[in-house]
Design a protein around this ligand. Sequence first.
Ligand code: FAD
Ligand code: UDP
Length: 376
Amino acid sequence: MVYDYIIVGSGLYGSIFAYELNKISKKVLVLEKRSHIGGNVFTENVEGINVHKYGAHIFHTNDKEVWDYINQFADFNNYIHNVIAIYKSELYNLPFNMNTFHEMWGIKTPLDAKKIIKSQKSDFKLINKNPSNLEEQAISLVGKDIYEKLIKGYTEKQWGKKCNELPAFIIKRLPVRFTYNNNYFNDSYQGIPVGGYTQIIEKMLNGIDVKLNTDFFQKREKWKNVADKCVFTGMIDQYFSYCYGELEYRSLKFEEEIKNIKNYQGNSVVNYTDFNPSYTRIIEHKHFENLENNDSLAKTVITKEYPQKWKNGMDAYYPINDEKNSKLFDKYKKLANKEENVIFGGRLADYKYYDMWEVIKKAVSNVKEEINNLVP
Ligand code: FAD
Ligand code: UDP
């Protein structure tokens, strides 16, 4: 065999595996079907601005080991994410906090906000009930008004399903706070890598053979035969030739524009929470690096994000972790457990709505386990 490991996918999971194996002198080949490395964290410099080509990526974690690990590869700035939501002509702060409650109801104290939420929750008979779907969870957390103006339209555009058909956990990603604090995350560590994310992956893959524009499935027998072991970070159902049927994913279309203005929307992310327009959010990339006051940058770059139904051949961005798909995934997982010399991992092979820190945590732990099990 020419290589010890072939790694399918150059996202965070594949690149961490490649980096750690290369460090112990294993011979590694990385295959990437896109024309660049990095998977969804890929950033590219456009007009002097690091553009997040696959949607806004804000690094956040509570895990000190993960934070220390990623800081080996980049310095992070002190960016704290906050989001503006636009519903028709109204504007709100996200995540749900005293600013949002004041903007929605004119109230000023946590007690008054809690009273309104409790009364709206009770109208839906949700007191003392375990929410069984996203709609019930949302009304239980923030009441009917916020659900109808800030959640329903955005969520149904994003997932292409009714809120009462979606799992409750999705809305629990967002903090609900009874303080005037617009931080989108509760984690202790947060920031954007200075110089973008691509340099992190470049450092991880430094000195390692990488083949771009190469889809593993086009010559899978050939690729399986060039290495003793395979690390697979693509879609798990595709790996098993959809033998139990297709898992559902959500795809996205990104529409990027260069605007001849220094500051277009005043914030990195503005969400559009009504059913119209059909995009969910507009990103203005320069705000991730506080470049709005940089006089040498006369232009700005924005990206509109349109959710799409995933069809075979499209990029899969989000697994849909509802009951039906979770059951189907469990069947594929059983096959994966029996597959010899293949390690499955990352957002697509684990079919989990992972954030970056979770992918890093899994990759570091799985590669350590792999290295520990190697025969000396
Ligand atoms: P990926 O990045 O998907 O990498 C998999 C790679 O494998 C891809 O490059 C793909 O092209 C390649 N591949 C797949 N199949 C094949 C094949 N057959 N042959 C060759 N190559 C193949 N996380 C956060 O922490 N904060 C955020 O703010 C955040 N925002 C996000 C916004 C969006 C729109 C999306 C979609 C995700 C966001 N995430 C965020 C999640 C984050 O992108 C992921 O957790 C992480 O990038 C997943 O890394 P991965 O290596 O598992 O997968
Ligand atoms: N969400 C919403 N309104 C918003 C923002 C988010 O209803 O303005 C819901 C929506 O269901 C979304 C989920 O919260 O899918 C998680 O939001 P997050 O910002 O974490 O989504 P991601 O960045 O992962 O796409």
